[in-house]
Design a protein around this ligand. Structure first.
Ligand SMILES: [Zn+2]
Length: 424
């Protein structure tokens, strides 16, 4: 393999993916703007013109900002790779940390420095999104103090979990020979399963308060539903989502004994008990139809394929040289290979992401159908509509944009698929 082939393939994928992103975003903006002033017929009685216009303006504002951050990320990616950013960072750390502390410390320092620089570059965008866009549309509930504390906690937790994992993977890469990618995959799967158990009980409580669901009437209702569906979960919790945002949500989390249902307080304050029950029935549908297991199996399968590919690429000098990095001669290249792979892969996988989105939308339809069997379909429809309105999701997305990106079906299609659509 020649390094020019690698450079050309990467540059072509990057340009094509950026071009496609811009084209789709432009289509979406035009479509939403064109339908801004008329509520679509099926929603005429249920959605006010004000809410519809707000959703359009919110979608347009997020879209414009998205274009800016896409352009910026493209430039940063080019800076790391072909323009030599990663190569410079690597030689600095190799000459300092590598000389002082040895090869493992140098590799961990390289990963850590990369993550920290990335976080610093992203921070202004996150800040703007929260305190300008979300704020303007009345969704933000965060103070600058809480935002800074979140950032600091996120980095601390990331270091606490990420550094030992990185050290383990790097050790496997250096010590287990040609099949290192298989062992690394075993470690990766084990790590993810552990995280599934630890996340709800240890990590999430660092960022939010979780209190047992206190509303006895709702609790009885929810427990009856779960019994009906043959479900055992350790607990029903209410999370103080309102500390950060007005957006509402509910989710199911954990594995084995740490399994729990979490309602955002913003969801409970907005939905009637029958609607909460229907939303939970939808979440249970994801488990009953084995979506969660299928998704995990898919992700683990893809990561095995990815690691096998990396196992081959990491031994090819052209892989490094073609992406703007000189491989180390007297030190391990494992951290470099991992970083380059993580940088170079997304422009390629972007083109298959619509498949994942389509599968996810299929699962949403199935979970809705399950919810209608176990709970009140009309309550599900009105809950979906309320959540749509509260999140200011547009009712008129560009069809192609939605096909490409949407993990959930557009509201029109989704409500039309329910047995008792509100629109009748
Ligand atoms: Zn769902």
């Amino acid at each position: 393999m020649h390094s020019l082939v690698v450079t050309a393939a990467f540059a072509a994928a990057l340009l094509a993916s950026l071009g496609l992103k811009f084209w789709l975003a432009t289509r979406q903006a035009r479509h939403v703007a064109r339908h801004r002033d008329a509520v679509p017929a099926p929603f005429a009685g249920t959605v006010t013109p004000e809410a519809h216009r707000k959703a359009a303006d919110y979608t347009l504002a997020k879209g414009r900002f998205g274009l800016l951050s896409t352009a910026f990320s493209g430039a940063v990616l080019l800076g790391w790779t072909l323009l030599g950013g990663l190569d410079s960072l690597n030689s600095v750390l190799l000459g300092t940390v590598g000389v002082e502390w040895g090869p493992m410390a140098y590799q961990l320092a390289l990963l850590a420095a990369f993550v920290l620089i990335g976080a610093a570059l992203d921070a202004p965008f996150e800040w703007w999104s929260t305190f300008r866009i979300e704020q303007r549309f009345g969704f933000n509930r965060m103070t600058t103090g809480l935002w800074l504390a979140d950032q600091a906690k996120g980095l601390a937790v990331g270091a606490l979990i990420g550094l030992p994992l990185a050290a383990l993977i790097l050790w496997i890469m250096g010590a287990t020979g040609g099949l290192w990618w298989l062992w690394a995959w075993v470690a990766w799967v084990g790590f993810n399963l552990t995280l599934l158990v630890l996340y709800p009980t240890v990590i999430a409580p660092l960022f939010n308060k979780f209190e047992p669901l206190a509303d006895e009437a709702l609790k009885g209702r929810v427990q009856a539903l779960m019994q009906r569906c043959g479900f055992a979960a350790k607990g029903l919790f209410v999370m103080d989502g309102s500390r950060r945002s007005a957006h509402a949500n509910a989710y199911f989390t954990g594995l084995g004994a740490s399994k729990r249902v979490v309602f955002f307080d913003t969801l409970l304050s907005r939905l009637a008990p029958a609607e909460v029950e229907a939303v939970l029935a939808h979440e249970l549908g994801h488990f009953k139809r084995r979506h969660v297991v299928k998704r995990m199996a898919g992700i683990f399968g893809l990561s095995l394929a990815g690691l096998a590919l990396l196992g081959w690429l990491a031994s090819q000098p052209a892989f490094y040289l073609g992406l703007g990095v000189r491989p180390n001669l007297g030190a391990p290249n494992d951290a470099l290979a991992l970083l380059l792979f993580m940088l170079a892969l997304p422009p390629f996988t972007f083109f298959v992401s619509p498949l994942a989105a389509a599968l996810s939308r299929k699962h949403e339809f199935e979970a809705d159908a399950y919810a209608c069997e176990q709970a009140d379909g009309r309550a599900l429809a009105s809950a979906l509509l309320k959540l749509h309105e509260d999140n200011a999701s547009t009712l008129t997305p560009d069809p192609l944009y939605a096909r490409f990106y949407y993990s959930h079906p557009p509201a029109g299609e989704r409500l039309a698929a329910l047995p008792e659509p509100v629109a009748s």
